[in-house]
Write a protein that binds this ligand. Structure first.
Ligand SMILES: Nc1ncnc2c1ncn2[C@@H]1O[C@H](COP(=O)(O)OP(=O)(O)OP(=O)(O)O)[C@@H](O)[C@H]1O
Length: 238
């Protein structure tokens, strides 16, 4: 796996109503799992969409291995795996057909589909149409699609949404394996305890700005998070 790093500098993308992100600087390096946490509306999804080029920053820049995002050759996108918003799934196709399609899109080897069905414990649903799957199993298919080509940059927005505890563990192992092999991973979550089990670093986003980091091994993580957010809110209050 070729090691990649993604770097966001002073990125700003505000919306008319005042939401968005402001002046965010963040680097995710090869081999590390960074968790992005923040309250509802803090800007996590917006940050990820800017990082992936789905939204153009109004200020600042995003670089992939030192190259500005819009200059990256199409082939390099095959090294990216992402799931932001909803899993990209065709409801009329079976789980296996969905995986075969995304394997072709991302130039994954022919063996990838069988491997990812096993990795996300989906083999028994392989022939089932996506529309007939439970939400959690659809999420598993979405995650398998995003990861089966072994991307070296992984961006997942609240990936444990609708997963059962077994799915959470499968995902955690899948991310660890890939980071150990050199992937750079950015994952957002509301569940601090859960991300603390997998992340090397936790960064806190509040009202569109990065306001600090948390040590995943620290005790009382939730308390530290709320304190950081409270202090930031207080600091900005007129
Ligand atoms: N397309 C858009 N147009 C206008 N405002 C938007 C748009 N997308 C997001 N926002 C606003 O930007 C802010 C950040 O939203 P975002 O979805 O990035 O937050 P989030 O941290 O992912 O929240 P959640 O945890 O609820 O998913 C919110 O105030 C939201 O209403």
């Amino acid at each position: 796996m070729t090691a990649h790093r993604v770097e966001m500098r002073d990125a700003t993308r505000e919306f008319r109503d005042g939401g968005g992100i402001r002046g965010v600087t963040l680097t995710v390096s090869a081999g590390e799992i960074v968790a992005l946490v923040g309250l509802n509306g803090a800007g996590k999804t917006t940050l990820m969409r800017v990082l992936l080029g789905m939204l153009i920053p109004s200020e600042g820049s995003v670089e992939f291995d030192g190259v500005r995002l819009h200059r990256i050759p199409a082939a390099q996108w095959a090294a990216v795996g992402h799931l932001v918003d909803h899993p990209l799934i065709y409801r009329e196709l079976t789980a296996r057909q969905n995986l075969e399609l995304s394997a072709r899109l991302y130039w994954a080897p022919a063996t990838a589909v069988a491997r990812s069905l096993t990795e996300f414990d989906l083999s028994r649903y392989a022939q089932k149409r996506a529309r007939a799957l439970s939400m959690g199993n659809r999420q598993r298919v979405g995650l398998a699609s995003a990861l089966q080509h072994d991307p070296s940059l992984i961006v997942l927005d609240e990936p444990t949404n609708s997963l059962d505890p077994a799915g959470v563990i499968l995902l955690r192992d899948a991310l660890r394996r890939r980071a150990d092999a050199g992937a750079a991973v950015l994952v957002s979550s509301h569940h601090l305890d859960e991300v603390a089990r997998v992340a090397h670093r936790i960064v806190v986003l509040n009202d569109g700005r990065l306001v600090g980091g948390l040590d995943p091994d620290a005790a009382e993580l939730e308390r530290a998070f709320f304190e950081m957010v409270r202090l930031d809110d207080e600091r900005r209050r007129p």
